[in-house]
Design a protein around this ligand. Structure first.
Ligand SMILES: CC(C)(COP(=O)(O)OP(=O)(O)OC[C@H]1O[C@@H](n2cnc3c(N)ncnc32)[C@H](O)[C@@H]1OP(=O)(O)O)[C@@H](O)C(=O)NCCC(=O)NCCS
Length: 184
Protein backbone atom coordinates (compact mmCIF):
# COMPACT_ATOMS: atom_id res chain seq x y z
CA UNK A 1 0.00 0.00 0.00
CA UNK A 2 1.65 3.29 -1.05
CA UNK A 3 2.19 5.86 1.68
CA UNK A 4 3.95 9.21 1.83
CA UNK A 5 7.24 8.94 3.79
CA UNK A 6 7.41 10.98 7.02
CA UNK A 7 10.93 12.16 6.21
CA UNK A 8 12.35 13.08 2.82
CA UNK A 9 13.82 9.86 1.38
CA UNK A 10 17.28 9.61 -0.15
CA UNK A 11 17.83 7.53 -3.28
CA UNK A 12 21.05 5.97 -4.51
CA UNK A 13 21.48 5.18 -8.20
CA UNK A 14 24.53 3.85 -10.05
CA UNK A 15 26.30 7.24 -10.13
CA UNK A 16 24.11 9.54 -8.04
CA UNK A 17 22.59 10.27 -4.69
CA UNK A 18 19.31 12.17 -4.52
CA UNK A 19 19.01 13.83 -1.14
CA UNK A 20 17.34 16.77 0.60
CA UNK A 21 18.92 20.20 0.10
CA UNK A 22 20.65 21.62 3.18
CA UNK A 23 21.29 25.23 4.22
CA UNK A 24 25.00 24.79 3.42
CA UNK A 25 24.16 23.99 -0.22
CA UNK A 26 23.54 27.67 -0.88
CA UNK A 27 26.46 28.10 -3.30
CA UNK A 28 25.44 25.01 -5.23
CA UNK A 29 21.90 26.35 -5.36
CA UNK A 30 23.15 29.66 -6.67
CA UNK A 31 25.21 27.89 -9.34
CA UNK A 32 21.98 26.18 -10.41
CA UNK A 33 19.60 29.15 -10.21
CA UNK A 34 21.92 32.03 -11.07
CA UNK A 35 22.97 30.82 -14.52
CA UNK A 36 21.14 33.07 -17.00
CA UNK A 37 21.96 30.97 -20.04
CA UNK A 38 21.13 27.59 -18.48
CA UNK A 39 17.81 28.98 -17.22
CA UNK A 40 16.71 30.44 -20.55
CA UNK A 41 13.83 27.95 -20.74
CA UNK A 42 13.00 27.99 -17.01
CA UNK A 43 9.64 29.03 -15.57
CA UNK A 44 11.08 31.66 -13.23
CA UNK A 45 13.79 34.30 -13.79
CA UNK A 46 17.40 33.53 -12.76
CA UNK A 47 18.52 34.57 -9.31
CA UNK A 48 20.47 37.86 -9.43
CA UNK A 49 22.89 37.15 -6.56
CA UNK A 50 23.68 34.85 -3.67
CA UNK A 51 21.47 36.85 -1.27
CA UNK A 52 18.51 36.56 -3.64
CA UNK A 53 19.13 32.83 -3.96
CA UNK A 54 19.24 32.50 -0.16
CA UNK A 55 15.91 34.30 0.21
CA UNK A 56 14.20 32.61 -2.70
CA UNK A 57 15.43 29.11 -1.97
CA UNK A 58 14.11 28.73 1.57
CA UNK A 59 11.32 26.54 0.24
CA UNK A 60 14.00 24.13 -1.01
CA UNK A 61 14.79 23.23 2.59
CA UNK A 62 11.25 22.31 3.57
CA UNK A 63 9.67 18.88 3.16
CA UNK A 64 6.06 19.28 2.01
CA UNK A 65 5.38 15.95 0.34
CA UNK A 66 1.66 16.54 -0.12
CA UNK A 67 2.55 19.52 -2.33
CA UNK A 68 6.12 19.29 -3.59
CA UNK A 69 9.54 17.81 -2.81
CA UNK A 70 12.91 18.90 -4.18
CA UNK A 71 16.03 16.75 -4.27
CA UNK A 72 19.63 17.83 -4.67
CA UNK A 73 21.21 15.54 -7.25
CA UNK A 74 24.70 14.69 -6.03
CA UNK A 75 27.39 12.92 -8.02
CA UNK A 76 28.34 10.03 -5.72
CA UNK A 77 32.04 9.95 -6.49
CA UNK A 78 32.69 13.70 -6.04
CA UNK A 79 29.79 14.40 -3.61
CA UNK A 80 29.14 17.57 -5.63
CA UNK A 81 25.61 18.84 -6.23
CA UNK A 82 25.26 18.66 -10.01
CA UNK A 83 21.54 19.34 -10.32
CA UNK A 84 18.10 19.24 -8.80
CA UNK A 85 14.92 17.29 -9.50
CA UNK A 86 11.49 17.83 -8.03
CA UNK A 87 7.83 17.07 -8.09
CA UNK A 88 5.30 19.80 -7.52
CA UNK A 89 1.58 20.58 -7.87
CA UNK A 90 0.77 17.18 -6.36
CA UNK A 91 -2.93 16.50 -6.80
CA UNK A 92 -3.87 14.00 -4.09
CA UNK A 93 -7.29 13.10 -5.48
CA UNK A 94 -6.15 12.62 -9.04
CA UNK A 95 -2.80 11.04 -8.00
CA UNK A 96 -0.90 13.35 -10.29
CA UNK A 97 2.25 15.48 -10.05
CA UNK A 98 4.32 17.79 -12.25
CA UNK A 99 8.09 17.31 -12.38
CA UNK A 100 11.03 19.65 -12.97
CA UNK A 101 14.75 19.04 -13.60
CA UNK A 102 17.90 21.10 -13.86
CA UNK A 103 21.53 20.07 -14.39
CA UNK A 104 24.63 22.27 -14.24
CA UNK A 105 25.93 22.76 -17.82
CA UNK A 106 29.21 20.90 -17.23
CA UNK A 107 27.30 17.79 -16.14
CA UNK A 108 24.85 17.70 -19.03
CA UNK A 109 25.09 15.10 -21.78
CA UNK A 110 26.12 12.31 -19.39
CA UNK A 111 22.73 10.75 -18.74
CA UNK A 112 22.69 11.98 -15.14
CA UNK A 113 19.18 13.43 -15.28
CA UNK A 114 17.84 10.32 -17.01
CA UNK A 115 19.22 8.34 -14.05
CA UNK A 116 17.74 10.77 -11.50
CA UNK A 117 14.43 10.87 -13.39
CA UNK A 118 14.08 7.10 -13.26
CA UNK A 119 14.70 7.10 -9.50
CA UNK A 120 12.11 9.84 -9.01
CA UNK A 121 9.54 7.99 -11.13
CA UNK A 122 10.03 4.81 -9.08
CA UNK A 123 9.37 6.81 -5.91
CA UNK A 124 6.30 8.48 -7.38
CA UNK A 125 4.72 5.26 -8.63
CA UNK A 126 5.83 2.76 -5.98
CA UNK A 127 5.91 4.84 -2.78
CA UNK A 128 3.35 7.59 -3.43
CA UNK A 129 0.95 5.67 -5.66
CA UNK A 130 1.00 8.40 -8.31
CA UNK A 131 -0.93 7.55 -11.46
CA UNK A 132 0.25 10.28 -13.81
CA UNK A 133 3.29 12.53 -14.11
CA UNK A 134 3.28 15.67 -16.23
CA UNK A 135 6.00 18.01 -17.47
CA UNK A 136 5.46 21.45 -18.96
CA UNK A 137 8.25 22.30 -21.37
CA UNK A 138 8.92 25.22 -23.71
CA UNK A 139 8.89 24.00 -27.32
CA UNK A 140 12.44 25.33 -27.87
CA UNK A 141 13.83 23.32 -24.93
CA UNK A 142 15.06 20.37 -27.00
CA UNK A 143 17.22 18.72 -24.27
CA UNK A 144 14.29 18.70 -21.84
CA UNK A 145 11.92 17.29 -24.46
CA UNK A 146 14.52 14.61 -25.29
CA UNK A 147 14.88 13.74 -21.60
CA UNK A 148 11.11 13.48 -21.13
CA UNK A 149 10.80 11.20 -24.16
CA UNK A 150 13.75 9.07 -23.03
CA UNK A 151 11.92 8.49 -19.75
CA UNK A 152 8.73 7.50 -21.57
CA UNK A 153 6.72 10.74 -21.56
CA UNK A 154 4.45 11.41 -24.54
CA UNK A 155 3.49 14.76 -26.01
CA UNK A 156 -0.12 15.34 -25.04
CA UNK A 157 -0.89 18.91 -25.84
CA UNK A 158 0.13 22.43 -26.50
CA UNK A 159 1.11 24.99 -27.08
CA UNK A 160 -0.86 25.80 -23.92
CA UNK A 161 -1.04 29.54 -24.39
CA UNK A 162 0.49 32.00 -21.90
CA UNK A 163 0.94 29.35 -19.22
CA UNK A 164 4.14 30.81 -17.72
CA UNK A 165 4.92 34.40 -16.86
CA UNK A 166 8.68 34.89 -16.60
CA UNK A 167 10.01 38.35 -15.77
CA UNK A 168 6.89 40.00 -17.18
CA UNK A 169 6.84 37.97 -20.40
CA UNK A 170 4.25 35.32 -21.24
CA UNK A 171 5.29 31.90 -22.53
CA UNK A 172 3.25 29.12 -24.10
CA UNK A 173 4.32 25.59 -23.19
CA UNK A 174 3.92 22.00 -24.38
CA UNK A 175 2.45 19.34 -22.11
CA UNK A 176 4.15 15.95 -21.77
CA UNK A 177 2.58 13.13 -19.78
CA UNK A 178 3.53 9.70 -18.48
CA UNK A 179 1.10 7.23 -16.93
CA UNK A 180 2.31 4.56 -14.54
CA UNK A 181 3.57 1.56 -16.50
CA UNK A 182 4.77 3.68 -19.43
CA UNK A 183 8.15 4.57 -17.88
CA UNK A 184 11.33 3.39 -19.63
C1 LIG B 1 16.87 19.45 -19.32
C2 LIG B 1 18.24 18.96 -18.88
C3 LIG B 1 18.17 18.55 -17.41
C4 LIG B 1 18.62 17.75 -19.74
O1 LIG B 1 19.93 17.37 -19.41
P1 LIG B 1 20.74 16.30 -20.27
O2 LIG B 1 22.11 16.27 -19.75
O3 LIG B 1 20.51 16.54 -21.73
O4 LIG B 1 19.95 14.95 -19.92
P2 LIG B 1 20.57 13.62 -19.35
O5 LIG B 1 21.26 13.89 -18.08
O6 LIG B 1 19.50 12.62 -19.31
O7 LIG B 1 21.64 13.23 -20.43
C5 LIG B 1 21.23 12.76 -21.69
C6 LIG B 1 22.35 12.90 -22.66
O8 LIG B 1 23.51 12.24 -22.16
C7 LIG B 1 23.95 11.23 -23.09
N1 LIG B 1 24.54 10.16 -22.28
C8 LIG B 1 25.86 10.02 -22.09
N2 LIG B 1 26.10 9.00 -21.24
C9 LIG B 1 24.88 8.48 -20.91
C10 LIG B 1 24.49 7.42 -20.07
N3 LIG B 1 25.38 6.71 -19.38
N4 LIG B 1 23.17 7.16 -19.94
C11 LIG B 1 22.24 7.88 -20.61
N5 LIG B 1 22.58 8.93 -21.44
C12 LIG B 1 23.89 9.22 -21.57
C13 LIG B 1 22.69 10.89 -23.88
O9 LIG B 1 23.01 10.34 -25.13
C14 LIG B 1 22.06 12.27 -24.00
O10 LIG B 1 22.74 13.05 -24.93
P3 LIG B 1 22.04 13.50 -26.31
O11 LIG B 1 20.79 14.27 -25.92
O12 LIG B 1 23.07 14.32 -26.95
O13 LIG B 1 21.69 12.22 -26.99
C15 LIG B 1 19.33 20.05 -19.09
O14 LIG B 1 19.36 20.42 -20.45
C16 LIG B 1 19.10 21.28 -18.24
O15 LIG B 1 19.39 21.29 -17.05
N6 LIG B 1 18.61 22.39 -18.85
C17 LIG B 1 18.44 23.63 -18.14
C18 LIG B 1 17.27 23.61 -17.21
C19 LIG B 1 15.98 23.29 -17.94
O16 LIG B 1 15.68 23.88 -18.97
N7 LIG B 1 15.21 22.36 -17.36
C20 LIG B 1 13.96 21.90 -17.93
C21 LIG B 1 12.86 22.86 -17.78
S1 LIG B 1 11.35 22.22 -18.51
Amino acid sequence: MPSTPKKQPTFATKRLRLRAFRADDIEAMHALYGDVDNLRYWSTPPSANLGATRRAMRWHLVYRPRQYVIWAVEESKSRKVIGMINYHHRNLREKRVDVGWLTLPQYQGKGYMTEAGRALLRHLFDDLGIHKVEALILPANKPSVALAKRLGFRKEGGPIRDRWSVGGKWHSVMLYGLITGEER
